[in-house]
Design a protein around this ligand. Sequence first.
Ligand SMILES: Nc1ncnc2c1ncn2[C@@H]1O[C@H](COP(=O)(O)OP(=O)(O)O)[C@@H](O)[C@H]1O
Ligand SMILES: Nc1ccn([C@@H]2O[C@H](COP(=O)(O)O)[C@@H](O)[C@H]2O)c(=O)n1
Ligand SMILES: [Mg+2]
Length: 419
Amino acid sequence: MIGVAGGTASGKTTVCNLIISQLHDQRVVLVNQDSFYRSLTPEQLKNVKEYNFDHPDAFNTELLLSCMETLKRGEAVTTPNYDFKTHQSVGPGSKQVNPADIVILEGILVLHDERVRDLLNMKIFVDTDSDLRLARRIKRDTVERGRDVQNVLDQYAKFVKPSFDEFILPSKKYADIIIPRGGDNEVAIDLIVQHIHTKLGQHDLCKIYPNLFVFFSTFQIGGMHTLIRDMQTTNHDFVFYADRLIRLVVEYGLGHLPFTEKQIITPTGSIYPGVVFCKRLCGVSVIRSGESMENALRACCKGIKIGKILIHGERNDGRQLIYEKLPSDISSRHVLLLDPVLASGNSAVEAVSLLLSKGVPESNIIFLNLIAAPQGIHVICKKFPKLKVITSEIDETLDDDLRVIPGMGEFADRYFGTD
Ligand SMILES: Nc1ncnc2c1ncn2[C@@H]1O[C@H](COP(=O)(O)OP(=O)(O)O)[C@@H](O)[C@H]1O
Ligand SMILES: Nc1ccn([C@@H]2O[C@H](COP(=O)(O)O)[C@@H](O)[C@H]2O)c(=O)n1
Ligand SMILES: [Mg+2]
């Protein structure tokens, strides 16, 4: 959900239309906050010059919230249609908005209300010079909204500008992106279009959780998954292909560590602008299946310290920490937490909580899995928003026994040959 705010005539509608036309994708829809203006009563209509259309109370924000929540659930809504000439809402049911992967909400005050802001995954503020906005507003409102110039200027001085200063401008601080010059800013629009393209290509959960990373799937990776998930695969082949995949997950995880820049001289005497690996690092495996990932980590990081955690779990019940052996200086290290399967997330919560209690900053933890169930992802990514979850595939669900479906069976038994 993307919110686009900004002063009147800053170019919000223009920017949104440009984004949508460049995307060429039916999975994107536009909702205008204007549609949620309250209709004026006959009394208010008589004194329309005294009515402040730029105050938050001019909008039916409850209805807007309910429509946005419906769209967020992936259902269609019918929004009202507003007539700027008569100041009347044509009523609910007049404008159908189809369910979509990306919903863009634009309007002067979409970043003002905290409840609306909380629904938005990306917040944009269109920042256009106020003289230019007034000039555009005069032109637009006289041509499209049935006003005369004096009328526009009076309304602007009495309500539009004071409300901009009181409600709209202060909401700019909530924006993730500020677009100067509105629709003229081709670079900004292009970047936003590219970002939305990327999101559309991602798994739905990655659109919600910025701390979830699923690495790009190729036929090679798909082939390895096919082999390790196949119940007919021998233990020997299971270990071989699981190791290949684990190595990829570990390498991808290491790519998320901080680095420092270092220039070196190559044997040809040339300068190479390089980087240095992060040094304060350790692995922590969740016994028993996490131990299958230790070799790959050792192969990538020479001499790395690896701690262990054993968590006992009853079906559907909470988990209990049984054993832990962690480096004494773990709080000053980046931690790669190893467990090939993220199922309900209960064990992972226990493991991460232990690391946090040892003083490891949440943002220093990278949780590496081969496969992850949506339930576990919701639990971990929500509870620990600064931790990164890295996985090679997201599965469909969990069954009643909390097994990942389609999954790959008991990982540790298949890997260590104990099945
Ligand atoms: N970059 C631009 N150059 C010229 N005119 C513009 C530009 N962006 C918007 N306009 C015009 O200015 C007016 C206000 O733009 P609009 O996108 O409706 O702003 P908002 O939705 O923020 O009120 C419209 O008539 C529009 O055609
Ligand atoms: N009946 C109305 C309703 C709203 N306005 C003005 O519209 C502006 C919001 O729309 P933008 O496209 O410009 O963002 C707002 O500033 C209101 O003053 C109106 O004039 N009459
Ligand atoms: Mg507009």
